[in-house]
Design a protein around this ligand. Structure first.
Ligand code: AMP
Ligand code: TRP
Length: 336
């Protein structure tokens, strides 16, 4: 570790281990963690407790957790820079979450758009209380480590803003305790859209499966999905998310994977037709998946996953324990 570590700002983020991991998770989130890791004291975790807001088959959930650690490592998270851990292995997350639940209000929680979307069309007897309070757990994940920055896709920005409000409220009530975290949302790629329905977020819960590219799916199948992506009839390539959502989405995907600006991509394809453009995007995605999957296979067949997690465990537990003890003392519980 770098000797300047204590002066480095802290980064934290996580992904939920539910369903298959998507290109949206990579472009909107994991890519940022990788790019930022050497400039921060970085913490990235598997948000397995967050998965519990809906029912998951326990065996599947268990397998997804390890898969996600493998994906993190295969995408380029480096244990030299990033402390990788599993949320549920550090009991303090749930501990602090309860304190935050008692310091957040029904009104503000009811305004979380993700809660509103996910509970829409469902009866009160089928929405878990956890789905409602989950932003408190997310705030706990963040402030437990005094994180400065939280790279997330746009759909999670509101939750980081809630965390900021909770910090300000807590610090005001009990004295300076937590840092105010800042959400970092990528300029392009904060929301990757469904290939078949490019006004909807690309998501693992996509029913047909045709609009969503999975990180571990075959590169051939991903190519087909790009080739059949919905576009428009203009046959002219430029970036206009409102009027040309399909083409704009493909531009963002290509630009993110090839690490070139949207302007450069537009320039590169100014004389191409949609077929030619899609073929290039398809090749870029297939290339990316092929490399990622080769690294993934190597990682899951070795012992890096357990070694990394074992090494991080003590570090995150100690940090979190100190924070929760400080909080308990400030709020007056226990025998300090
Ligand atoms: P989740 O899979 O809901 O746990 O999301 C993990 C991270 O991936 C969060 O930062 C999300 O904002 C991000 N993310 C998920 N889907 C997308 C998408 N389609 N486009 C951009 N970011 C996404
Ligand atoms: N709630 C986030 C999601 O579903 C995942 C997450 C949990 C997270 N805790 C976090 C992201 C803390 C950033 C910081 O995408």
């Amino acid at each position: 570790m770098n000797s300047g570590e204590e002066f480095m700002k802290r980064l934290i983020s996580g992904v939920k281990p539910t369903g298959e991991f998507t290109l949206g998770n990579y472009i909107g989130a994991i890519r940022q963690f990788v790019e930022m890791q050497s400039n921060y004291e970085s913490f990235v975790f598997v948000a397995d407790l967050h998965a519990l807001t809906i029912y998951n088959d326990p065996t599947e959930l268990h397998n997804r957790i390890r898969e996600l650690v493998g994906i993190y490592l295969a995408c380029g998270l480096d244990p030299k820079y990033t402390t990788l851990f599993i949320q549920s292995e550090n009991l303090y997350h749930a501990n602090l979450s309860w304190v935050l639940e008692c310091n957040s209000y029904m009104g503000e929680m009811s305004r979380m758009t993700q809660f509103k979307d996910k509970s829409k069309n469902k009866g009160n007897d089928s929405i878990s209380v956890g789905l409602f309070t989950y932003p408190d757990l997310m705030a706990s994940d963040i402030i437990l480590y005094d994180a400065d920055v939280v790279p997330v896709g746009i759909d999670q920005k509101q939750h980081v803003e809630l965390a900021r409000n909770l910090v300000e409220r807590f610090n005001h009530k009990y004295g300076d305790t937590f840092k105010v975290p800042e959400p970092i949302v990528p300029e392009a790629g904060a929301k990757i859209y469904d290939l078949q329905n490019p006004t909807k977020k690309m998501s693992k819960s996509d029913e047909s499966g045709k609009g969503c590219i999975m990180l571990l799916e075959s590169p051939e199948s991903a190519k087909k999905k790009i080739m059949s992506a919905v576009t428009d009839s203009e046959n002219k390539i430029y970036y206009d998310p409102d009027n040309k959502p399909g083409i704009s989405n493909l531009l963002v995907i290509y630009s993110s994977l090839e690490r070139v600006s949207i302007e450069e991509v537009v320039k590169k394809f100014e004389n191409s037709n949609y077929g030619e453009f899609k073929r290039e995007v398809a090749d870029s995605v297939a290339n990316f998946l092929t490399n990622l999957q080769a690294k993934y296979e190597e990682i899951v067949s070795g012992d890096l996953i357990d070694k990394t997690l074992d090494e991080s465990n003590e570090k995150v537990r100690k940090l979190a324990e100190a924070k929760v003890k400080e909080v308990f003392k400030k709020i007056g519980v226990g025998r300090y």
